[in-house]
Write a protein that binds this ligand. Structure first.
Ligand code: BGP
Length: 493
């Protein structure tokens, strides 16, 4: 079996983990720029400053360790800290070389995120930064040379820091206007160059990483619910604007998804699995389905959460749902009510270890059926085109003296996942637009801030402390993926 001829094969990246150019081209500071590096065992931290006393310190990001800003402090870049986003793997200065490598692999599409603060440095500026616009013009022109269709995320785990400090991040409705100004500006400016857009990366992650996903410094349930609502409205208004700007433009939702399994057939385990699945799916029920599900509204009622809404919010959500649903999927998670099983084996949502699956060094389980199950679940529920915009495996790759990297484990992982996708298309009839492997050129890990958790087809010479030449070299998986694309997914050997 093989994939449709127009299937969009490619790779995915995000500005905060890849682009660098921190203080170049008139860019402002983003929330992602105040995150330190961490590791598998040490959570990343947000650095803060007390502008009155000059005192500095840091707090957790809300998952792994609590987020607490002492009175009078604001998130800030402070002296003496290492911030992985500032250089990252320097796409800013390597984009021509990197896009050429993507072209060599035969990419049909390249998912990247636009750095919001490169376009609107403070987020609430009246006019965009011309130098920022120019940078992406050059990037998209380069893509065009190789026939690569860009897929652009508008906000991938970053918000201009000023919006977090001045307005409290996405819990403020004012951010809706700032975001829509930004999305409208870029959709108009890049018309003819960019046709596919995504609004918020892994929108459901606001439940855990609320600073990262929503610029919130307040992690209360009320703030998170309001922030999610505001992002939904901003997404709907972006879909509306897109359709007014050009009928060829499509705006997708981006969801962090993983199939959820019950560890046993005990109905209590089944119910727990269902509830965990709903905790993700309500985000796509709203943004792609157009309606809040009853269970979510009931939960808000129980918890005393009251959303601040405008009279036409719900009509907007229903009238302008996402054109397609994109998602990340790395593996599955398993849950039980029983006091058994070993902890771990999930991705961002950790459950217990699934005895049928292998995990990598970071405890992420590889599940050969996860994409087929995910695609069927989401297609059955929404009947809209789907796009897998993240899938892959993080590994501490070793580069040989001759520059080669023998990443057989990555090829094995991708082969199983592509087969799973193939089955969903050819056996189950799912409408799948494309597949962008996560971190196609090595980049910084979002979860840990490490370099050594690598995903790429291309190795980048840089370590966890920021040393290295940034030189690029092709891994074995580079040649393998090139063959996969050239054969429309038929040759997976
Ligand atoms: C997703 C994020 C990405 C990416 C990926 C891998 O959740 O959208 O930004 O980083 O996961 O995760 P990590 O980098 O933590 O290994």
């Amino acid at each position: 079996m093989s994939f449709p001829k127009n299937f969009l094969w490619g790779g995915a990246t995000a500005a905060n983990q890849y682009e660098g150019g921190f203080s170049e081209g008139g860019k402002g500071v983003n929330t992602s720029d105040v995150l330190t590096a961490g590791s598998h065992t040490t959570p990343r931290r947000i650095t803060w400053l007390n502008p009155t006393t000059g005192e500095t310190g840091s707090t957790g990001m809300g998952f792994g360790s609590p987020m607490e800003f002492p009175e009078g402090t604001i998130p800030a870049v402070v002296d003496g800290e290492y911030y992985p986003s500032h250089v990252a793997t320097d796409f800013y200065h390597h984009f021509k070389e990197d896009i050429a490598l993507m072209g060599e692999m035969g990419f049909k599409t390249f998912r990247l995120s636009m750095n919001w603060a490169r376009i609107f440095p403070n987020g609430d500026d009246e006019t965009p930064n011309a130098e920022g616009l120019k940078f992406y013009d050059e990037v998209f022109d380069e893509c065009k040379k190789y026939g690569i269709e860009p897929l652009v995320t508008l906000s991938h785990y970053e918000t201009p820091l000023n919006l977090s400090i001045k307005y409290g991040g996405w819990k403020s409705r004012q951010l809706i206007d700032f975001f829509v100004r930004y999305s409208t500006t870029v959709m108009k400016h890049y018309r003819g160059k960019v046709k596919y857009w995504l609004t918020f990366n892994e929108i459901n992650m606001i439940q855990w990483g609320c600073f990262m996903a929503g610029g919130l410094t307040d992690s209360s349930d009320q703030a998170k619910a309001q922030a999610a609502h505001n992002q939904f409205v901003a997404s709907a208004l972006t879909v509306k604007a897109a359709h007014e700007i050009g009928e060829e433009i499509q705006v997708g939702q981006m969801l962090a998804y993983q199939p959820i399994y019950a560890y046993t057939c005990d109905p209590e385990d089944q119910l727990l699995a269902l509830k965990n699945a709903q905790n993700t799916l309500w985000f796509s029920d709203v943004q792609t389905g157009g309606k809040y599900p009853a269970y979510k509204l009931k939960e808000y009622e129980r918890k005393g959460i009251v959303l601040e809404t405008e009279p036409d919010d719900f009509e907007l959500l229903e009238k302008y749902p996402a054109d397609f649903l994109s998602f990340s999927c790395y593996g599955s998670s398993t849950f039980t009510t029983h006091n058994e099983g070993e902890a771990g084996g999930g991705n961002l949502i950790m459950g217990i270890k699934n005895p049928y699956l292998e995990t990598n060094a970071w405890g992420w389980a590889t599940d050969p059926n996860c994409l087929r199950i995910a695609l069927n679940t989401l297609y059955d529920r929404y009947h809209k085109p789907l796009w897998i915009v993240e899938n892959g495996i993080g590994w501490d790759d070793k580069k040989e003296a001759d520059g080669s990297v023998h990443d057989t484990y990555r090829i094995d992982y991708l082969r199983a996942n592509i087969k799973s996708m193939d089955d969903a298309i050819n056996i189950d009839g799912v409408d799948l637009m494309g597949y962008t492997m996560w971190g196609c050129i090595d980049l910084v890990s979002a979860g840990t801030g490490e370099m050594k958790k690598r995903y790429g087809f291309v190795y980048v010479d840089r370590d966890d402390q920021g040393n290295g030449t940034l030189a690029r070299s092709k891994k074995d998986s580079f040649y393998w993926y090139k063959k996969v694309i050239a054969s429309d997914g038929a040759d997976l050997d």
